[in-house]
Design a protein around this ligand. Structure first.
Ligand code: NAD
Ligand code: AHE
Ligand code: ZN
Length: 369
């Protein structure tokens, strides 16, 4: 079949809207009509050329919602008409990682996913007879996409996909990081570096956990209003200070915070986030994705004196098991999604959505097909 898609033909270039050829689903695969997708900073990161796994040309996008059109041989967990959210962290339930009970990092399709191909090593998308690569196992910047069965969460068809698409990455990651990775407890203090969708979702998770002080940090003061609305209690702009921001946070709190979260992808901020954690027990969760070749560093003394450095992918959430419940929570208003959607645009204007993100003017732009 033909499908309309925004294709990243080259790193650093705007996407182009073209009609692609799309092969039907093979064994263990599913054809999905994407109804809505948002843009996450990771899409911009890969498009920039900084992602070691970035391959071009590709159909980017990994924060979507859609409806099953057709299933391939052997697919049993979804059928045509089911409402689904594509998962960049699959859940097969059978691999070493799924069975461990210790992680959400399923490996069933991860190796091929990182190369931009389906599990059989080929692509379903092509343009003028040449392969166009998949992205993060999702490729939601196309009106139709093919994904592995293990990469689909089946969700309540009554849910609003314009909002629930955000559970495909940003909001789930931030909330999950609080509950699954940091395990924030009532009264704990929290510092959140970066107030995009991920940081705001961390704040929402911290409020759910009944955290005490929630310190919101961003170099763009326009982000503070929504952070306050989400429940942050203190606001810090590093540009207002002429000393390391970790010193400012430690001074504000006495000995530092119980938990900090880096939601930017900046290795210097990752260091600051670790070093503002409480002596003896404070921990810092890396969520941001840093570019190729970047490394983190700190004095080992920071760890010797009891701080812990952690990281999280998709907030530690097992997509097929847990995402349907998070969609229900959103329908009950227990997870707020609507405030994240600052813009909606048609696919043809997706490059404007990237510009809004780069200028810091959007939290999430949702693309409606
Ligand atoms: P975003 O661009 O919307 O938000 C980033 C925020 O950081 C912006 O508000 C920006 O003003 C702020 N910022 C930039 N530099 C700063 C600095 N030096 N100090 C303080 N604030 C600063 O991005 P997003 O979509 O919220 O994503 C955030 C990060 O999380 C990205 O790196 C993304 O790739 C990553 N991410 C990781 C996962 C995961 O599973 N680990 C999931 C989703 C996104
Ligand atoms: N491809 C990059 C790493 C990118 C990365 O860290 N991705 C996060 C999700 S970002 C979502 O917006 C992640 O979940 N990583 C774990 C995984 O399995 O991909 C690189 O450095 O090669
Ligand atoms: Zn993302």
């Amino acid at each position: 079949m033909k499908t309309r898609a925004a294709v990243a033909f080259e790193a650093g270039k705007p996407l182009e809207i073209v009609e692609l050829d799309l092969e039907g689903p093979k064994k263990g695969e599913v054809l999905v009509k994407i109804t809505h997708t948002a843009l996450c900073h990771t899409d911009a990161f890969t498009l920039s050329g900084e992602d070691p796994e970035g391959v071009f040309p590709a159909v980017l996008g990994h924060e979507g919602a859609g409806i099953v059109v057709e299933v391939g041989e052997g697919v049993t967990s979804v059928k045509p008409g089911d409402h689904v959210i594509p998962l960049y962290t699959a859940e097969c339930g059978e691999c070493l990682f799924c069975k461990s009970g210790k992680t959400n990092l399923c490996v069933a399709v991860r190796a091929t996913q990182g190369k931009g191909v389906m599990p059989d090593g080929t692509t379903r998308f092509s343009y003028n007879g040449q392969p166009v690569y998949h992205y993060m196992g999702c490729s939601t910047f196309a009106e139709h996409t093919v994904v592995a069965e293990v990469s689909l969460a089946k969700v309540n068809p009554e849910a609003n996909p314009e909002h629930t698409c955000l559970l495909g990455c940003g909001v789930t990651t931030g909330i999950g990081a609080v509950h699954n990775t940091a395990k924030v407890q009532e009264g704990d203090s929290v510092a959140v570096f970066g107030l995009g969708a991920i940081g705001l979702a961390v704040i929402q998770g911290a409020v759910q956990a009944k955290a005490g002080r929630i310190i919101a940090i961003d170099t763009n003061p326009d982000k503070f209003e929504l952070a306050k609305e989400m429940g942050a209690t203190d606001f810090v702009n590093p540009k207002d200070h002429d000393r390391p921001i970790q010193e400012v946070i430690v001074e504000m709190t006495g000995w530092g915070v119980d938990h900090s979260f880096e939601c930017i992808g900046n290795v210097d901020v990752m260091r600051a986030a670790l070093e503002c954690a409480h002596r003896g027990w404070g921990q810092s969760v890396i969520i941001g994705v840093a570019g190729a070749g970047k490394e983190i560093s700190t004095r080992p003394f920071q760890l010797v004196t009891g701080r812990k450095w952690l990281g999280t992918a998709f907030g530690g959430v097992k997509g097929r098991t847990q995402l349907p419940g998070m969609v229900e929570d959103a329908m009950k208003g227990e997870i707020r999604l609507e405030p994240f959607v600052t813009h909606t645009l048609p696919l043809e204007r997706i490059n404007e959505a990237f510009e809004l993100m780069e200028k810091g003017e959007s939290i999430r732009t949702v693309i409606r097909y």
